[in-house]
Write a new protein. Structure first.
Length: 148
């Protein structure tokens, strides 16, 4: 899980995090989530993707959750992301959340955006220059949500 997470962080085009996880910080990070899940290639027993689910806010907004998804780069295009997001929606409901919100979907991440829209997520608008990429330029972000 840590290696897959770090691959996306190091790519610098989807996650806001800039620091990679060590074994210790990764174990703490994944354990601190409301729910963490993996996608496994059952032929090879290889972990090929993951997601984390957690509250997006506290108190009066604690019914809104947030999630992040990561798929190994060489395993993308196999509909793993769709399975992860679909399972996440189920788990979010089971954990008592009412809304799943994505705060910072990079506008150029068209595959993720098409997937979210196909699954019924609604784009809330566009935040100009809301994401700083690894090379330092800025991209727009598109928040999305779905009512659970």
């Amino acid at each position: 899980m840590i290696a897959i997470w770090n691959e996306v962080v190091e790519d610098g085009m989807a996650f806001p995090q800039e620091e990679t996880l060590s074994y210790k910080s990764g174990a703490e990070f994944f354990a601190s989530q409301t729910y963490s899940a993996v996608a496994e290639d059952t032929d090879t027993n290889e972990i090929i993707g993951l997601y984390i689910l957690h509250p997006n806010n506290v108190g009066r907004c604690s019914h809104i959750c947030n999630a992040s998804y990561a798929v190994k780069s060489e395993k993308r295009g196999l509909h793993t992301g769709e399975k992860l997001v679909s399972d996440c929606i189920i788990q979010a409901r089971l954990h008592g959340f009412g809304i799943l919100q994505f705060n910072a979907v990079v506008e150029t991440n068209i595959h993720a955006r098409h997937l979210y829209e196909r699954l019924g997520f609604i784009q809330l608008g566009t935040i100009p220059n809301g994401f700083r990429t690894k090379d330092g330029h800025y991209e727009n972000i598109c928040p999305y949500y779905i009512t659970l």
